[in-house]
Design a protein around this ligand. Structure first.
Ligand SMILES: [Zn+2]
Length: 275
């Protein structure tokens, strides 16, 4: 699933659609559109111009000149691809925005989990986010990070996956950050010292910035808006490397999903992942 660095890469590249006017929007899978009818969506966005593209958590926010917002969540395997002209390579197009210069933005997704939202005003957008997403990991201070985690029940990995605490992280960057901070995913939050948590907060920032620099991690489906893969995969330490040698101590990397599940179950703490 695309996480913060992948979404940020897409958002930066989508600078290319700023100032373009929407000529038409076509929806090929109605459920892609979440909080508005397809009919109203088409009516409301036709002939509007793109003002700005930004990110909050794993959401891509497209601001229109009417003051409204189109929001995309890629979920598992969604791809937002910008096309100068038609391209027959993409087979699972759920939604297509065509601009008046005949370029297009397509929402391609094999698994149909991805969603598009529409908000008339910033206040609607803000209330949508307020009960879904927590602090941005690139902005959270050490004090806030420690306060959120130090007295929590449950294991650190589950806490870091909760989008309503700290948003934008998923399995890839949680695993990589914990490894680099020298913390086991199954360590209990409350057993981690303030120094350890402070270190973790800094490692997460470093990992995310490096991943943004390398344009994300492409494991299976993630592609940037021009259809290219990210390069962070080449420097992954643990995620997707079970059975391979640890880059630090050369022992074999083991996956401990059962231990993780057991712990979550035993403590009654659900990761409660909000996509
Ligand atoms: Zn090792």
């Amino acid at each position: 699933m695309p996480e913060l660095p992948e979404v940020q890469t897409i958002v930066s590249d989508l600078e290319v659609i700023v100032a373009k006017k929407i000529f038409d929007i076509r929806v090929f899978w109605d459920k892609t559109v979440d909080n508005i009818s397809v009919h109203s969506l088409v009516k409301k966005v036709k002939n509007k111009t793109i003002e700005k593209v930004s990110r909050r958590a794993k959401y891509i926010i497209i601001e229109l000149d009417s003051g409204a917002y189109l929001v995309f969540h890629l979920r598992m395997s969604g791809q937002l691809i910008f096309l100068e002209k038609d391209n027959l390579k993409y087979k699972h197009i759920r939604l297509e925005i065509s601009f008046d210069d005949s370029s297009k933005l397509i929402f391609n997704e094999m698994r149909k989990f991805g969603r598009t939202y529409y908000f008339d005003r910033s206040s609607d957008l803000n209330s949508f986010f307020s009960n879904r997403v927590g602090k941005e990991p690139l902005e959270i201070s050490d004090e806030e990070f420690i306060k959120l985690l130090e007295s929590r029940g449950g294991i650190i990995k589950a806490a870091l996956l909760r989008q309503d605490l700290i948003c934008g992280l998923g399995n890839i960057y949680v695993d990589e950050s914990l490894y680099l901070a020298g913390i086991l995913p199954t360590n209990l939050c409350r057993d981690l010292s303030q120094d350890k948590l402070k270190k973790l907060n800094n490692v997460i920032k470093t990992v995310l910035k490096k991943a943004i620099g390398l344009r994300g991690t492409s494991m299976r489906d993630y592609l940037d808006v021009t259809g290219n893969a990210g390069k962070y995969k080449e420097i992954l330490n643990v995620y997707g490397r079970q059975g391979k040698e640890c880059r630090k101590c050369h022992s074999k990397i083991k996956k401990s999903e059962s231990a993780l599940e057991e712990l979550i179950f035993a403590r009654g703490v659900k990761p409660d992942i909000v996509f």
